[in-house]
Write a protein that binds this ligand. Structure first.
Ligand code: ADP
Length: 476
């Protein structure tokens, strides 16, 4: 018999995306169907989404969801279904899902409402009779959902997934009543977090199981330098903590079918050479004899972008080139602009978010740089592997779990797929870039590495079977 799980997320591909969470939430339903799990996904109906997805069928309704009427409507885009929480007083706004440029001040309320609606659906079902056995909450935006179910003594099992512990959903404790949370649970072993509320902590304390998106990040989260204040909570729940790697959605990220450029495969990389040429022209790059590195990233402190100014000039002097696509922190954007200006024809920069361009970059680049200070899983190194765009990564979180460093043993054993460096500083990154130049110059070794990465099992089948097994264990 098909089993049922309700996935709750603030962003889902192809409906809206600001980061890796959306990729994961979008890929899970398809991947879990193969294991007999019917996953339905609930997300907010941000401005324009009801129309875009032609959402009509009403599956749930409330006269008053935290200050206004709300309904859940089923829509679809590109063949993928979604349940949209249509509550105009909370979500019908200009800007990104969380605000733009600053976060909306009522975000605690907006996402507590999403969690509340999810918990209501979990307990009482949809109008078509569908009720989940498991509720799967993603990140702080869904963190109160397991808590609402726990406080209601619901029998629905809950999973809380941490995609990035840096975002914790803190809120003023005075909002307790407004967010429909019981006052007697405002204690350090439940809702209280340094005198405030944190929806992520609430989820971590009340969910039946916790997952995060790589085994190494799971271990790192118990350490103060990675747990960001929640390390004690994670350590306390370590018996229920699972590290499950994200996968790559093969329908979206596949160099053999990607319309972004000339198709190519591990059997023949010819198309990739043409894509490299086109990418260089697009970024105004000339005469790059060494590796063309790419970066596709949010520009934040987490991503180690500030290390480029000190390391890239030497890389360029050694024959390398760089194409960057990203947006975020204004100071980092300026640093990159200065760097690009100082190296015309060798560094290309696009500030902004551009999904189609990101595909062209993976299709045409030689290497992808991911110098993150922490990285729960990371997707761009996986896309790099899939596209023969060799990853150069910091040895942290999911980056450490997915890239096999080209150290002498790994090269001798023919298992290397990229370059890892540690610690995350300019000396280690500079050294990694030197290694990149040397490896790239050894053409046959380089191509072997490219092809090895391209043929690795990076799809969702392994990871989705782990989620399915976790759900099974909870309802057993
Ligand atoms: P995070 O979720 O921390 O941002 P991930 O590596 O897990 O990092 O996921 C980032 C996702 O967002 C990837 O799919 C990446 O290709 C995409 N991405 C990041 N910045 C941009 C951008 N400026 N334009 C297009 N895609 C981007």
């Amino acid at each position: 018999m098909t089993r049922r799980v309700l996935s709750v997320a603030s962003e889902v591909v192809p409906f809206i995306k600001t980061g890796g969470l959306a990729d994961v939430a979008g890929a899970l339903p398809g991947a879990l169907a193969a294991h007999g799990w019917d996953m339905r996904t609930l997300m907010p109906a941000y401005r324009g989404l009801v129309k875009k997805t032609k959402a009509k069928r009403v599956l749930w309704a409330s006269d008053d969801l935290f200050g206004g009427p709300a309904s859940v409507k089923e829509g679809a885009l590109d063949g993928q279904k979604v349940m949209l929480l249509d509550a105009p007083h909370l979500y019908d706004r200009a800007g990104g899902p969380y605000g733009n440029p600053a976060d909306f001040t009522d975000n605690p309320l907006r996402f507590a409402a999403l969690s509340w609606a999810a918990a209501q659906i979990a307990q009482h079902g949809l109008t078509d009779g569908w009720t989940p056995q498991v509720l799967h909450a993603h990140d702080w935006q869904a963190g109160f959902a397991p808590a609402y179910l726990r406080f209601a003594d619901s029998s629905v099992k809950t999973v809380m997934t941490v995609h990035n512990i840096a975002f914790q959903g803190t809120a003023n404790a005075a909002m307790l009543g407004q967010l429909m949370l019981p006052f007697d649970k405002f204690t350090p072993d439940c809702l209280e977090y340094w005198g405030h509320l944190s929806s992520l902590k609430a989820g971590l304390m009340t969910a039946d199981a916790i997952t995060t998106v790589s085994p190494t990040y799971a271990a790192e989260l118990m350490r103060p330098e990675f747990g960001m204040g929640l390390d004690g909570v994670i350590a306390h729940r370590s018996a229920d903590l699972h590290g499950i790697l994200n996968g790559v959605d093969d329908a979206v990220w596949n160099p053999e079918t990607d319309p972004a450029g000339k198709p190519y495969s591990a059997k023949s990389l010819k198309g990739k050479a043409a894509n490299r040429k086109a990418l260089m022209a697009e970024f105004g790059l000339k005469d790059i004899k060494g590796p063309l590195a790419i970066i596709v990233s949010r520009l934040t402190d987490q991503k180690g972008i500030d290390l480029l100014a000190d390391t890239i000039p030497t890389f360029i002097a050694g024959g390398g080139g760089l194409a960057v696509l990203g947006s975020g922190d204004a100071a980092l954007e300026q640093q990159l602009k200065d760097l690009a200006k100082a190296h015309p024809g060798k560094i290309g920069l696009r500030i902004g978010y551009d999904e189609a361009l990101s595909h062209r970059m993976f299709a045409g680049g030689d290497a992808v740089l991911v110098p993150s200070r922490f990285e729960p899983c990371g997707l761009t190194q996986l896309y790099g592997l899939r596209y023969g765009t060799v990853p150069v990564v910091a040895a942290t979180g999911g980056l450490a779990d997915t890239v096999i460093d080209a150290n002498p043993m790994a090269v001798a054993d023919k298992v290397a797929t990229g370059i890892q460096f540690h610690p995350v500083d300019r000396i280690a990154l500079g050294h990694a870039l030197q290694r990149l130049l040397v490896l790239y110059a050894q053409r046959s070794l380089w191509q072997t590495m490219q092809k090895r990465g391209m043929t690795q099992a990076l799809g969702w089948s392994t990871s989705s079977s782990k989620y399915a097994a976790l759900y099974e264990s909870l309802i057993a």
